[in-house]
Design a protein around this ligand. Sequence first.
Ligand code: CDP
Ligand code: CDP
Length: 212
Amino acid sequence: MTIVVAIDGPAAAGKGTLARRVAKDLNLAYLDTGLLYRATGFAVIQAGGDLDDANDALKAAQNLTPTDLENEKLRHDEAAQAASKVAVVQPVRDELLEFQRRFASQPPAGKAGAVLDGRDIGTVVCPDAPVKLFVTASCEVRAQRRLKELQDRGLEAIYAQVLQDMKDRDARDSQRAAAPLKAADDAVILDTSDLGIEEVIEQAKSIISEKA
Ligand code: CDP
Ligand code: CDP
């Protein structure tokens, strides 16, 4: 028996930080599913395609290779915005679904299970996961965190712009028809607005030990 931990939530809520630590401490394989959408959006831009064209987006998703996921530029906000545009296309989501499900059900040998983070892990990708966490925080706190990350990487950024980008992406992710961002009915909600990283990790681990 392997464990599956599903972690969802809006941008910069702390999903990745939590997922990586849980994976390390509990010997689980980790998949950042946002990277699949970022790589798809970025590939459309690189091919000179149209991010609002469903066919361009689907072609990019079908042609993704493992090395596409290693591009440093996927961390940039341009890739995040592009991701949230291609992510509204249902055939793109269908194309990426099988890989995510296989990762969850067949983690690499030696791993006790898998942790996946994204927007629809608990609702669509792994609806039967025994542990579902919905990690969230206020928009302002999340924008502040993203601003700090950008500044730490030596990039220029303005709070008002980061906040606006965050709101745009939240709206696109929550209001789309295809697998919108929402907590699964059986997810535990973790509001990290006033919590430090270690506190979030402790709370998550205690929930996992109860449920897994
Ligand atoms: O994966 P997601 O976009 O949800 O967020 P993340 O990349 O894990 O976290 C975004 C930023 O917030 C990182 O710089 C974390 O160090 C920071 N963070 C925080 O300050 N407090 C938390 N409780 C969680 C994350
Ligand atoms: O790290 P951050 O939370 O900013 O973004 P991400 O997890 O890398 O996701 C980038 C975008 O991909 C999101 O804004 C969603 O539009 C999309 N996405 C999705 O639709 N479904 C997922 N399972 C993961 C990401």
